[in-house]
Design a protein around this ligand. Structure first.
Ligand SMILES: [Zn+2]
Ligand SMILES: [Zn+2]
Length: 315
């Protein structure tokens, strides 16, 4: 399993000469796994990074379907979707998964944003190749990817089948759990209904958690522990230095490097990537946040890095 970051910025996209190394696109990442169908691309969030990701997908020329899973619908996680060529291309299926907040799920979000006067085209004029799927009560669901397709399943049914070494139906066949990429979800600590996704590639045992838009909290709840414990790669929100957080940004829904390190070390994470960089952070400020994380670290065997746009990381 491998991830590629196409957007690692939080809040708003930026462009300036002091922010070349880490980039300025907002949140979007692509996940590569041998358990995905060969003609399918899967990613998280549609921030402005989704536009360059879309052009990469088109250059590859083989992709028939794109699945995007939204953490939540703040602007920095959706804006790239409306200017991606894939949103307008009828020959590539676009499947959107996301949480429900109040009565607003993925489809309503698309309808709300793709309409005049905010946007020149109505969602209903482009949506013949787009399917929206609400993840209501994400903790009760599991998303299963397999080289022959994918499906959403109730987590109790999934555990019943896997507990009895049963086979999971996908399309016309049934397959053992060892062939799947299994996605489970956890609610982040953020002002809106926000999902953290956990990916477990059963064929290799590799695990990855994407935990953005998540604020520091005291203690580690058991459900959080189960979500993050022992993962090979944790990519986590570290938008603010501890100093900035204590002075002015506590309660904004974002994390600090020392908290990310505490979580990662307590839960035996192998690699920690810091993301959701503040728009006011230049490269040197992000490097200072990375140093702050390394200073907070008490273990030698954890690898800590700051995520950068267009960088690929092996899980
Ligand atoms: Zn955000
Ligand atoms: Zn947010």
């Amino acid at each position: 399993m491998k991830v590629k970051f196409y957007g690692t910025r939080g809040s708003i996209a930026i462009s300036n000469r002091e922010s070349i190394k880490y980039g300025g696109n907002t949140t979007c990442i692509r996940i590569y796994s041998e358990c995905l169908p060969k003609d399918l691309v899967m990613g998280i969030d549609g921030g402005t990074g989704f536009v360059p990701m879309s052009y990469d997908i088109l250059r590859e020329g083989v992709v028939k379907e794109v699945v995007l899973m939204f953490t939540h619908y703040h602007h920095d996680h959706i804006l790239g979707l409306f200017l991606s060529p894939i949103t307008f291309m009828k020959n590539i299926k676009l499947k959107l998964f996301g949480p429900v907040d109040g009565n607003i799920g993925v489809k309503k979000m698309m309808e709300d944003f793709m309409r005049p006067p905010y946007f020149p085209v109505h969602y209903k004029e482009v949506n013949s190749h787009i399917t929206c799927m609400n993840l209501e009560f994400p903790r009760t669901l599991v998303i299963l990817f397999h080289p022959h397709g994918y499906k959403i399943m109730n987590i109790d049914d999934f555990e019943r089948i896997t507990g009895s070494n049963g086979f999971i139906p996908i399309g016309k066949g049934k397959y053992p759990v060892e062939e799947f990429l299994v996605v489970t979800m956890y609610k982040s600590r953020h002002p809106e209904q926000t999902v953290s996704y956990r990916f477990e590639e059963k064929s290799t045992g590799k695990k990855f958690v994407f935990l953005t838009d998540h604020e520091n909290e005291d203690g580690i709840p058991n459900s959080f522990k189960a979500h993050v414990e022992g993962v090979h790669l944790l990519v986590m929100d570290s938008q603010y230095s501890r100093e900035k957080y204590d002075k002015m940004t506590a309660g904004y829904g974002h994390g600090t490097p020392d908290y990310c390190v505490r979580v990662a070390e307590t839960l035996n994470v192998k690699k920690l990537g810091l993301t959701h960089h503040d728009p006011s952070s230049r490269d040197k400020d992000i490097e200072a946040i990375l140093e702050e994380a390394k200073r907070a670290s008490t273990k030698n065997d954890i690898q800590i890095f700051a995520c950068a746009d267009y960088e690929e990381v092996e899980v």
